[in-house]
Design a protein around this ligand. Structure first.
Ligand SMILES: [Zn+2]
Length: 275
């Protein structure tokens, strides 16, 4: 066994020991120093994360009790910019999970969201939704845009505002890709007029019928950030039949076995323990 492999095995043992996920959930706050996204979105962390203010122009963060509103500055800026867009007549953007203060694996809820570059945004744009909530906005959940009866979109809920939010998000240069339910992408493919290049970043994925998941590309300041495989060329509208056949109803049935888990970089050990 060569040294690199030996270290990788040692690290894997360290990071997969019981209770490790809780160590990431129990950190006192972001690690100090400049902001750096480190590793893979499914096995990584973030140093110098910023806090998204829990409300701002055109947005509110939901489920504050989860304490998952930290990210790379480019993610924070990106969300604030989307909020400002929402405020121009689209409604109020409800922000779900970003990442934990130092990123890392979450005790529940997501496989990715580990490097401060991922955020979930609810499709619910109602300006009044958050007004009826408790202090941490934990007593409401996002609605689905799908209609189980028609096995398609619920056109009583879907509106052009959703399309505009997705187009604005996809048009941000920092955004690498956005995950939505295949039925939602299908609707965008059907209705998009003029420039369709932004559709490429909209990726069909399991579920994602009540929120979209935005993921930024590795920022230039983060040399240890692991780049994702590039998205295939084209608008991706012709791969939707496969998804819709595979995931009837609410779009979440046959989950494929997840790919082998990447190993968390050693740098994250320092991020976790820094004072
Ligand atoms: Zn997500």
């Amino acid at each position: 066994m060569n040294l690199t492999r030996y270290l990788a095995v040692l690290l894997l043992a360290f990071f997969s020991r019981p209770g490790f996920a809780n160590a990431w959930a129990a950190v006192p706050g972001p690690a100090p120093g400049p902001s750096r996204a480190i590793g893979d979105t499914s096995a990584g962390c973030i140093s110098g994360a910023r806090t998204l203010p829990t409300e701002g122009d055109g947005y509110v963060v939901m489920h504050l009790e989860r304490d998952r509103y930290y990210g790379h500055p480019s993610l924070i800026d990106s969300i604030k910019a989307l909020g400002r867009r929402a405020a121009q007549g689209l409604g109020i953007m409800h922000v779900g999970d970003l990442g934990m203060a130092r990123g890392g694996p979450m005790p529940f809820g997501h496989r990715s969201h580990q490097t401060g570059l991922d955020a979930d945004v609810w499709f619910d744009l109602s300006p009044t939704l958050h007004l009826g909530t408790n202090r941490t906005r934990s007593n409401v959940s996002a609605y689905s845009l799908l209609s189980p009866a028609s096995e398609g979109l619920n056109y009583g809920l879907w509106s052009d505002h959703h399309a505009q939010m997705l187009k604005t998000t996809a048009s941000q240069p920092a955004v690498d890709r956005i995950f939505v339910n295949a039925r939602i992408k299908q609707e965008l493919c059907r209705s998009a007029r003029g420039d369709r290049s932004w559709l490429r970043k909209i990726r069909p994925w399991y579920h994602h019928e009540d929120h979209f998941h935005m993921r930024l590309a590795c920022p230039p300041d983060s040399p240890s950030c692991k780049r994702q495989d590039p998205i295939p060329l084209g608008d991706g509208c012709n791969e939707l039949d496969w998804w819709i056949r595979k995931t009837p109803g609410t779009g979440g049935t046959p989950k494929a076995a997840p790919p082998p888990k990447p190993v968390m970089p050693a740098e994250c050990r320092t991020v976790l323990s820094e004072h």
